[in-house]
Design a protein around this ligand. Structure first.
Ligand code: 5GP
Length: 166
């Protein structure tokens, strides 16, 4: 079996504190935190508590269907976030990993361009940045905040154990 990067719950606790420290020390404090579901849900929650930012939202994107198995492109799934709620705000987008980076890029592009086509109205700027626990070398996007770099498949604590069924 190929070597894996193992993130334990214990190490996740450290990772989320250190990633938050990085963000806070950059002097940029978000007004809204957006988790990319599902991988970014738990990291976003940990970061939101660590920096006491209470406004949280999610964008639901599906790309991977198995280990190394993907759809052709990431797909935005319901429920859809009202992106206009981000207008004029500092928004932190959080995901577990930028692997190909396609998911994060799709979300960042969507946020950056959503206001531009509303006819007759001035474009609304969203000051969006993104944070990930891991970044892989192949990523097409350079996240603003990264905890660790790896080229291995990562086992996250929330998606490694068997699924519970009745
Ligand atoms: P990307 O679009 O950057 O290729 O990856 C999108 C999503 O696929 C990530 O947010 C994550 O949920 C999943 N993914 C990508 N690489 C890995 C990995 O090494 N391990 C796990 N468990 N999930 C991954």
């Amino acid at each position: 079996a190929p070597e894996r990067e193992i993130l334990t719950w214990e190490l996740f606790g450290t990772a989320s504190r250190e990633l938050t420290t990085q963000i806070v020390e950059s002097g940029w404090i978000p007004e809204l935190i957006i988790a990319i579901a599902r991988g970014g849900l738990i990291p976003a929650g940990a970061i939101s508590y660590a920096m006491d930012v209470k406004a949280c939202g999610t964008m639901n994107v599906e790309f991977y269907t198995g280990v190394g198995q993907t759809l052709e492109e990431p797909v935005l799934l319901p429920p859809l976030m009202d992106v206009s709620a981000m207008n004029g705000k500092r928004v932190l987008v959080v995901d577990d990993v930028a692997d190909s980076g396609k998911t994060l890029k799709m979300v960042m592009d969507l946020i950056a361009t959503h206001g531009l086509s509303l006819d007759g109205e001035a474009p609304v700027k969203v000051d969006a940045r993104c944070a990930v626990i891991y970044k892989k070398p192949v990523s097409i996007i350079e996240p603003d905040y990264v905890w660790r770099d790896t080229d291995k498949w990562i086992n996250f604590p929330w998606s490694t154990l068997p699924i519970i069924t009745a």
